[in-house]
Design a protein around this ligand. Sequence first.
Ligand SMILES: [Ca+2]
Ligand SMILES: [Ca+2]
Length: 198
Amino acid sequence: MSKFVRIALMVALGVVMAVGISAAAVPDPGNSVIGTCLAFAPGGELLYTVTVNDQFGNPINNVAVDIDLTSCSAVQVCSGQDAGFTATGKVIEGHTNGSGVVTFTARAGGICQSVPGDGPIRIWAGGVKIGELTTNTSMDLDGSLDLGLIDFSDFVTDESALPPNLESDFDCDGTVGLLDLSLFATSEFLQPWHGFCP
Ligand SMILES: [Ca+2]
Ligand SMILES: [Ca+2]
């Protein structure tokens, strides 16, 4: 084997190893960030963002991120999600972009914490649990996967409570009020899907 061939093989091996290391980037819970307020809407209007980084704080591209609702008996998930997202049972999956970010439009309903002992909601990235939540909010408060009078009645009860029940804090601003009602009304009356699953 000539010196030139040996050098070429060593360079090729180095490239293969570098690719292997890159492909093996592992999500790091300490360097990743999950949204603290997970809001459901069958109509898909409410956003939830997760950022996945590795142990060095570098973003991980195209890693699968799961919102795992399997411990939430009162939560229902639309079988159809928006483009780029899938639902398998009670797990909604998306993939990060080049910045390590994925923003869900979680099409689901119900309140996980409404059943004592249920939860937590687990957030996974590439098979690694990067965080969990004990609560969620939901425009579809009764988990029927559409919006209707029962949800509106529940909203009024939540808004009237002292302090307000944050299950109805759809915009995640820490209170229940007109902005949340506006989101509900927009999904129910103004969007073509009327607050339903796709
Ligand atoms: Ca409902
Ligand atoms: Ca609010």
